[in-house]
Design a protein around this ligand. Sequence first.
Ligand SMILES: Nc1ncnc2c1ncn2[C@@H]1O[C@H](COP(=O)(O)OP(=O)(O)O)[C@@H](O)[C@H]1O
Ligand SMILES: O=P(O)(O)OC[C@H]1O[C@H](OP(=O)(O)OP(=O)(O)O)[C@H](O)[C@@H]1O
Length: 178
Amino acid sequence: MLVVGPSGAGKDTLLDGLRTRLSECEHVYFARRMITRAANAATENHGTLSEAEYDRLSGDGNIALCWRAHGLGYVLPAECDTKIRNGYTVIANGSRRALPKAFEKYLNPKVILITAPIPVLAARLAQRGRETRTEIEARLSQASLELEGIPGLIRIENTGTVDQGVNAILQALGYANG
Ligand SMILES: Nc1ncnc2c1ncn2[C@@H]1O[C@H](COP(=O)(O)OP(=O)(O)O)[C@@H](O)[C@H]1O
Ligand SMILES: O=P(O)(O)OC[C@H]1O[C@H](OP(=O)(O)OP(=O)(O)O)[C@H](O)[C@@H]1O
């Protein structure tokens, strides 16, 4: 299950909420991304890897998925595939542009698109404070990247509270009643 959407839409935040709400659910596994960027423990749950490690991992293919964006390399580790083979639902923060790769590799990936209007994205990215102003502008310029022809696409407008966003995802996935 890939959670995608523009920068600032709230993917990491809603994933955190989902992780808490699904903590009792057996056979649900939250992927830990590896990124060629230092992790900020307060807001992000990802591992860090060097450019050389990214090149090695993406080259030898012993990974679930990888992609490049924003000048960074992203890896979903091989452990995700082990979990899938063992019957788990694996939930990961993904990339809109890497979806074709995901659909090539996996049978029925479920895609959850988190969105918000551009002024909301801009305010959230400024408040998050992880990127420079120029980096934020570059991210906002890609906000409108449209997803077409994605079977079963779930679209969640994250403009209410975080709890409302998490509830909307749970409802769309059929977990709403426990
Ligand atoms: N529903 C929401 N209401 C208010 N702020 C939110 C909401 N969802 C996310 N945020 C805030 O917006 C910023 C960007 O969220 P984040 O989860 O990092 O987005 P993404 O992973 O999609 O880039 C964070 O500072 C987060 O706390
Ligand atoms: O193909 P795209 O949909 O544009 O996505 C590109 C990348 O941006 C996000 O990462 P990251 O966590 O660095 O950024 P974000 O939290 O600001 O979205 C997302 O998880 C992808 O890795």
